[in-house]
Design a protein around this ligand. Structure first.
Ligand code: FES
Length: 174
C-alpha cells in the first residue's frame, strides 16, 4: 500500500487562508477597475464642451422662380410658409400662437384659402383681400402668425430668417 500523505489541520487552514486572500485580492481589483472606469467617464464628460448644437434659424427656400404667384408653400421641417403674393414674397411662421401646433394650409376653405390649426381650431387669413396675412379669423390663438424676414442671398436664393420677426405687409420684390 502506497504511502498516504495525511493533510494536517494546519495545512487545511493555510489553504483556506490562501483562498480567502485570493478572493479579496480579486474583489479589490474589480472594485478598483469599476472606480477607474467611473472616474474616466466623469472626467471625459467634464472636459468635453457643454454645447447645444441647434439648427440655423436661416432657411434656404430656393429660387424665386420655383414659386408661382399666389402660391402658399408650407415647409414642415422648418415650420414656415413661403407665400408669393402679387406684391412679392413674404414668410409666415407656421407655428400656432396658441400652444405651438403646426398649422396647415387649407386652400379649399374660405373664399381664398386659410391657414388652420388642427389642435384647437384657430384659423388665419392668408390671401383675403383687405386682410393682413397671418391675422386671426377665429379660435383661441392670442396673436396673429408672425411675419418672418425674407432676404435674397448673393446666389439669388430666398432666405427666411426664423429668428427675425418683421412688421406685416413688408414684401420682398424680386
Ligand atoms: S395650438 Fe393652435 S389653436 Fe391651439
Amino acid at each position: 500500500m502506497p504511502d498516504e500523505k495525511k493533510i494536517t489541520p494546519a495545512e487545511t487552514s493555510r489553504e483556506k487562508e490562501f483562498d480567502r486572500r485570493a478572493f479579496f485580492v480579486k474583489l479589490g481589483l474589480g472594485s478598483l477597475s469599476i472606480a477607474t472606469a467611473g472616474t474616466a467617464a466623469f472626467a471625459y464628460q467634464f472636459l468635453s464642451p457643454n454645447v447645444l448644437f441647434e439648427p440655423s434659424p436661416i432657411v434656404n427656400a430656393g429660387k424665386p422662380e420655383n414659386y408661382a404667384v399666389d402660391s402658399v408653400t408650407l415647409d414642415v421641417n422648418s415650420g414656415i410658409y413661403l407665400i408669393r403674393a402679387q406684391e412679392g414674397f413674404f414668410a409666415l411662421s407656421a407655428v400656432c400662437t396658441h400652444l405651438g401646433c403646426l398649422t396647415a394650409w387649407k386652400p379649399e376653405l374660405g373664399e381664398h384659402g386659410i391657414i388652420a390649426c388642427p389642435c384647437h381650431g384657430s384659423k388665419f387669413y392668408v390671401r383675403d383681400p383687405g386682410k393682413i396675412p397671418g391675422e386671426k379669423i377665429e379660435g383661441p390663438a392670442p396673436r396673429p402668425l408672425p411675419w418672418l424676414q425674407v432676404l435674397l442671398s448673393d446666389e439669388g436664393d430666398l432666405m427666411v430668417d426664423r429668428s427675425k420677426q418683421i412688421s406685416p405687409m413688408k414684401f420682398l420684390t424680386v
